[in-house]
Design a protein around this ligand. Structure first.
Ligand SMILES: CC(C)(COP(=O)(O)OP(=O)(O)OC[C@H]1O[C@@H](n2cnc3c(N)ncnc32)[C@H](O)[C@@H]1OP(=O)(O)O)[C@@H](O)C(=O)NCCC(=O)NCCS
Length: 213
């Protein structure tokens, strides 16, 4: 009950359209999907795989949110709007995360065993984003709408695009091309000429020495 209470409060905090906790409890598919998942995960951990899967499929039918019973989900997860969400068997989600509709936490089909992502705490995965593979998305990171994330994302980062790239860390732009010093770069031709001239000097000295002998 405590967990349910804190989840309802998290919805109120994150969804400006949410009016009362009763409304959230009765009408929000994300809340229902999590309640079903807690039961399914308990059964999965006790090796009742068929029943676990049955509950998960029932939940999918009612909410449009498919969470594999094996997925490990932390506290206060908010699933806004729901519908079209898929969370794979070996996916892990930390505390205080927020997922929008159309999110997939899936595999690429190339991995065995752990094949789905691990989200840290307070991660936002925006609408339509796909996070595919067994890597970590760091705490407090944000995945932009419709991004396709195929590799690890550091903490406090914003990742956008297909395939996703990190464009901000802690709000600061990550612009490696812009950070390259293009003015104080050593000219490679000048460098070669310097090397040739010192070699010539050395040869001249050698010839002079030989002549003197
Ligand atoms: C990613 C997001 C969370 C913003 O995070 P942020 O850390 O504040 O990032 P910013 O808004 O500063 O954007 C950073 C850069 O990514 C770009 N960007 C943002 N979202 C993007 C997207 N979905 N696809 C491509 N580029 C995107 C911005 O234009 C900006 O580019 P710049 O570096 O050239 O200026 C937000 O853009 C987003 O996608 N929100 C969607 C939330 C959602 O799903 N809502 C559904 C409600 S129903």
């Amino acid at each position: 009950m405590t967990r349910l209470g804190e989840t309802l409060r998290a919805y109120q905090a994150r969804d400006p359209a949410a009016r009362s906790r009763l409304e959230i409890f009765l009408l929000y598919p994300g809340v229902h999907a999590i309640i079903y998942h807690r039961i399914a995960h308990f059964l999965y951990c006790h090796r009742c795989f068929f029943l676990a899967r049955f509950i998960s499929q029932w939940s999918r039918f009612w909410t449009g949110i498919e969470i594999h019973p094996g997925a490990k989900i932390g506290r206060r997860l908010v699933i806004d709007h729901g519908m079209g969400i898929v969370i794979g068997e070996t996916a892990e989600i930390g505390d205080d995360c927020l997922l929008y509709h159309g999110v997939t936490l899936g595999g690429t089909g190339k991995d065995h065993g752990k094949r789905h992502p691990t989200l840290g705490n307070n991660v936002l995965v925006s609408t339509g984003a796909k996070v595919l593979g067994p890597f970590k998305v760091g705490d407090n990171s944000r995945i932009a709408a419709n991004a396709v994330v195929l590799s690890e994302i550091p903490p406090n980062a914003t990742a956008v695009g297909v395939p996703a790239r990190t464009v901000r860390i802690a709000g600061e732009k990550v612009d490696f091309a812009g950070q390259v010093d293009q003015i104080h770069v050593t000219d490679p031709v000048q460098k070669e000429l310097k090397a040739l001239s010192s070699r010539l000097e050395w040869l001249e000295q050698l010839v002079e020495q030989k002549i003197q002998q």
